[in-house]
Design a binder for this molecule. Structure first.
Ligand code: HPA
Length: 246
């Protein structure tokens, strides 16, 4: 049977509500995933949870083995992934603690192993990536937001930066001119690798700070932590409704 995978990001290294059935360390042809695969039940549904930055949150965005993570989930029969991610808000409607279900991506990341299609190919393969997220999954997340009475931003362009540093104000102005509404560091190549393996993928992003230059003050880890603590409560209730209706 196909399963749902949840990739937890900053602020979601575990799901306390998950009743764990088993944990599995897996090896893949691409190396080790960020964490064990935690198999369990959440809202009565079987899910597989993976902590993107490792269970102790020690792997920075540019060091994540995205290929191993996606491959391991597919190998565990996951056919749908919800990627939870902390982001900075660029658009004025996306302040800290706002949840966003993005519909587009611009990839500014570099020097990441970003494809499964590079060695021993029978033929060169180009995936269609016009719509980087599964529209069906996005709609289900939006319905879950309504059901859980969580106010979300229904579409947004996610700018994927290299990190681990935050951006300069000028970089954020550039992203804004490009049409980005939110900025994060892990959205790519995660989304395109999922597409390469035909896994439906959507993102539930939580704004945890105003992007650089979008507020008077500097960005502090305290402010980010505060937004994560408050915002993840809503993310979890949205996920719960999402799973209830599966
Ligand atoms: N920039 C990039 N990634 C982020 C940010 C940000 O401001 N906040 C959380 N992840």
């Amino acid at each position: 049977m196909s399963k749902i995978g949840i990739i937890g990001g900053t602020g979601l290294t575990s799901l306390d509500e998950l009743s764990i059935v088993s944990t599995e360390s897996v090896d893949t042809p691409y190396g080790s995933p960020s964490s064990e695969l935690v198999k369990g039940e959440f809202a009565g549904k079987e899910i597989i949870f993976l902590a993107r930055h490792g269970k102790d949150h020690t792997i920075p965005p540019h060091k994540i083995n995205y290929r191993a993570n996606i491959w391991a989930l597919q190998n565990a029969k996951v056919s749908e992934i919800i990627a939870v991610a902390a982001v900075g808000g660029i658009h004025r409607d996306i302040p800290p603690e706002k949840i966003v279900i993005p519909d587009q991506i611009i990839d500014y990341s570099y020097d990441r192993r970003h494809t499964f299609f590079e060695d021993n190919l029978a033929h060169v393969t180009h995936i269609d990536f016009t719509h980087p997220y599964s529209e069906l999954l996005r709609q289900k997340l939006l319905q879950a937001a309504i059901d859980s009475k969580v106010d979300v931003c229904e579409s947004a362009v996610y700018g994927a930066m290299q990190g681990p540093r935050l951006e300069t104000a000028a970089e954020i102005r550039r992203l804004e001119r490009d049409g980005c509404d939110i900025v994060g560091m892990t959205g790519m190549p995660e989304a395109s690798l999922a597409r390469e393996l035909n896994i439906d993928y959507a993102c539930c992003a939580l704004s945890v700070n105003w992007a650089a230059g979008k507020s008077e003050s500097e960005i502090t880890m305290e402010e980010i932590q505060h937004a994560i603590e408050n915002g993840m409560i809503a993310v979890k209730s949205l996920l719960e409704k999402f799973l209830l209706h599966r």
